[in-house]
Design a protein around this ligand. Structure first.
Ligand code: F0G
Length: 460
């Protein structure tokens, strides 16, 4: 079969949403009004929005048709059964709890399993996962393999958990004190890097040995399956769906933010093997989310999730998805732009410390880069560095984050090749003019999660 280099978007466009094209002067004024924090921009003033891949997917015509069929009955809706059967078939789990998004499932499960004295262990806990665990009084420990924190080290599965450390930690903390081991696939906070099946199997073995619960944070499970099929021996002939099913089968349950690989704008679920644990969680679900057959979702949302979970495993879609993310990363690498390598599934992570070596970390090179991306090209991205994770010591001096990254997260099925070419051009321009850029200073910040609302000014 003849294969061509160009990856076409495996869809055509039926409905369009206008992008407001802005001038550099307008953007300067918008960013100034937003105190140099792109979170405070109005979305209409953004041309290419790479803030997140969460809840920003374009739904298919099939999903929209499903929305019209949504059954809004309070109990036992047809849409519930449709989604339930789909999730059951994919994950193999009997107990399925619908939630309005991933963090609601986290609150229910980790709120129940957590509490003072408990420890949760993960390759990397996503922010909301860690927050829900810590809020319960428990501690959250990240033990990704060493390669996972080295931006340019080549490794096919940089999202893998360090299984030696895992076993040591279980012994050190005492198996009865482990709330759960959580494998995040792909590893979002570690650069969207995949986890191998071999690694998941080893985690299963250790969890079984010590009778510890093994939970999958599966919000990008289809993207992870792509990497397994193409990088891990023995999976070449399996379908993406079979690979995902094999991974689910190793675990005791999973949490999904459907806003990622279920290709919807809102939704999530919790699935469990154990009847008693599921019954406890169901009680919490009914008190805080909604009745057991809809949780935090309307019937139409459940229809869209059921269809999205089918579409996301289609080979043409997944190949386009991963290859187009890689295309952006590879183009930037060719230009010499420093970034996390290899490229992950849903995003490209720029290394702002190396991009702007002239800006010291206390002047936030990542924040300077997100500002420049917006000013030059109307592109919105997020700083994942010392603005997001930095802390102060007792003398109010910054304790910086280990890395200063900028994430370009790519919404699913939203932007085309020419949007990506445009982004490459803008970043090339920033790269060629990098010496002139100055850092920023914080002028106002809240106590927690400061990156969302902090105000900055430019250092002249
Ligand atoms: N787990 C992972 C790995 C995630 O990436 C997210 C969300 C969640 C859980 C929480 O799910 O948002 O539905 O409550 N990540 C988004 C992001 C917000 O931008 O990466 P949620």
């Amino acid at each position: 079969m003849q294969t061509y280099k160009t990856i076409i978007e495996p869809f055509r466009i039926k409905m369009v949403e206008a992008i407001q094209v802005t001038t550099a002067e307008q953007r300067e004024s918008h960013l100034k009004k937003a105190y140099y924090n792109p979170f405070l921009l109005e979305a209409k003033d953004v041309m290419i929005d790479f803030l997140t891949d969460s809840g920003t997917s374009a739904m298919s015509s099939e999903q929209w048709a499903g929305m019209m069929r949504g059954d809004e009955s309070y109990a036992g809706a047809t849409s519930w059964h449709r989604m339930r059967n789909e999730i059951n078939e994919l994950t193999g789990f009997e107990y399925i709890l619908p939630t309005h998004q991933g963090r609601a499932a986290e609150r229910i499960l980790y709120g129940y399993l957590g509490g003072k004295g408990k420890t949760f262990i993960s390759n990397t806990h996503f922010d909301t996962t860690r927050a829900n665990i810590e809020y319960s009084g428990a501690e959250a420990i990240d033990i990704v393999i060493p390669e996972g924190t080295q931006p340019s080290t080549e490794h096919p599965f940089k999202g893998n958990i360090d299984t030696e450390k895992l076993e040591k930690l279980i012994l050190e903390k005492g198996k009865e004190n482990i709330g759960a081991v959580i494998l995040t696939v792909t590893n979002n906070s570690g650069g969207g890097q995949p986890v191998s099946m071999q690694n998941a199997k080893k985690v299963k073995e250790i969890c079984k040995k010590y009778s510890v619960l093994f939970i999958l944070d599966c919000c990008r499970i289809a993207e992870n399956a792509y990497f397994i099929k193409h990088r891990e021996k023995g999976f070449e002939k399996k379908t993406y769906r079979e690979i995902a099913q094999e991974m689910f089968a190793l675990t005791d349950g999973a949490i999904m933010s459907a806003k990622k690989d279920a290709l919807v704008n809102m939704g999530g679920f919790l699935v469990l093997k154990d009847k008693i644990l599921a019954a406890e969680c169901k009680n919490k679900l009914i008190i805080t989310e909604g009745y057991a057959t809809y949780g935090g979702l309307s019937g139409r949302d459940m229809e869209a999730i059921a269809i999205g979970l089918q579409e996301v495993f289609e080979p043409a879609y997944l190949e386009y998805r991963i290859k187009s993310t890689q295309y952006l990363g590879e183009k930037l690498k060719e230009l010499g732009v420093p970034l996390i390598w290899p490229i992950g599934g849903h995003a490209v992570y720029l290394d702002a410390k190396d991009f702007y070596p002239n800006i010291p970390v206390h002047e936030y090179p990542g924040q300077a880069l997100v500002c420049e991306l917006y000013l030059k090209g109307g592109i919105r991205a997020v700083e994942i560095g010392s603005v997001m994770f930095g802390k102060y010591n007792e003398n109010k001096k910054l304790i910086p984050s280990p890395m200063e990254l900028v994430r370009l997260a790519i919404p699913r099925r939203v932007y085309t090749q020419s949007h990506i070419e445009y982004v490459v051009e803008v970043i090339a321009d920033l790269w060629n003019n990098r010496e002139k850029v100055k850092g920023v200073r914080i002028i106002e910040e809240p106590l927690f999660l400061r990156h969302f609302t902090a105000k900055f000014e430019r250092i002249m």
